[in-house]
Design a protein. Structure first.
Length: 129
């Protein structure tokens, strides 16, 4: 990856946050982090022009991932940033809701390794370019 891609990782599980951020950094990403939906919105506002992609959990304190996604997609400044959902929720309805709200992809945590998650992110970024 010639140019460093900037990702916002939104995850309230600190263990998962640590593992994912390490893997993303090793894969060449510059990682910003948020542990709840409110913090996520603040980071998005502050870094909107610098972010290439968002990896977003659904079950978050304060504002859930669906609401973050909804707010992003109605914002002219944030709507073009691709969002990949990373969640333990795997029901068809949740996956469909995320896609309807504009998520590029939906990853169920238990079904993917960190390498596969990075591969999916790179895939979404490559489609965007």
């Amino acid at each position: 990856m010639p140019e460093t891609k900037k990702i916002l990782l939104v995850e309230d599980d600190t263990f998962m946050l640590g593992i994912l951020s390490e893997r993303l950094k090793k894969s060449g990403f510059e990682v910003s982090m948020a542990t709840d939906g409110e913090e996520c919105m603040k980071v998005l506002e502050a870094q909107k022009s610098n972010l290439d992609i968002v990896l977003l959990d659904i079950l978050l304190p304060k504002i859930d991932g669906f609401e973050v996604l909804r707010r992003m997609k109605v914002s002219p400044e944030l709507s073009s940033i691709p969002v990949v959902i990373l969640s333990n929720l795997g029901q068809k309805e949740e996956v469909q809701k995320a896609k309807d709200l504009g998520a590029e992809d939906y990853i169920i945590k238990a079904n993917f390794t960190t390498k596969e998650i990075v591969d999916k992110l790179l895939n979404v970024l490559n489609k965007k370019n």
